[in-house]
Design a protein. Sequence first.
Length: 277
Amino acid sequence: MPQPQNIVGVVFDYDKTLSPSYMQEDAIFKRFGIEPKPFWGRTNALVADHLYESELAWMYQLLDHPEVAKLSNAELRAMGQDLKFYPGLPDALPQMRALLDNTKYREFGVQLEYYVVTSGLKELVKGSPLTPHLKAVFGCEFDERDGRLWRPKRCVSHTAKTQMLFRISKNLISMSEDVNVHMPHEQIRIPFWNMVYVGDGPTDVPCFAVVKNYGGKTIAVYDPSDDRAYQKCYELTVNEKRVDMAAEANYAPKSHLRRTLDRMILEIADKIVDSRR
Ligand SMILES: [Mg+2]
């Protein structure tokens, strides 16, 4: 079915993009007294010495912890309430959506949708205060047996994140659908040029590249207290030209990031209106 292509899609990475911390630390480590340093040390050793995929390495590390292994996916989801965000979230999400709440955009049904594509745990984001505002969340998942987390079921590595962008673009949100199916252009729900991707660094480079190469907009954000994070964003923007804009991770109104996001959303929405007319 031909699509009206009147949706602005804003896609966020999660860790260090929406939150100053890693989601496992906010939601799981604090509750069970897991020390982050040795946990990530063991994870990195599996990656370096045994060539594990890094997402599989931390997922197995979590299952090795007896308290975590007792959890169900529903309990994991409930722990998403403990996630901490950068300033301005989650209020920024409805505030930005309100930008399109006027007759000019309503006439053509222009809408804003938010997605999260993370290499962290999908269930934690699904249980967080962000979730009422999100159209879909993609991330790593555990299978469950007898009501307990059992083994990794889905691993969304940095390059697998680009697959999720195509899923969003083609509206193939369910994993039961083949993302590689050929789709004529008019059936694409959110063309990449109607998309904004917000990430925090080198792990988002494949997604930045896909969105930017197809005419979408890209923003790299950094934690202002982290000099190295700023340096990464500077490289991505100024020297490598892989992203359109770098901004401090602050989603409050009138911050550099909010001004940039607002501007990009309105620019895409205006283009949709022009092409409809
Ligand atoms: Mg990140």
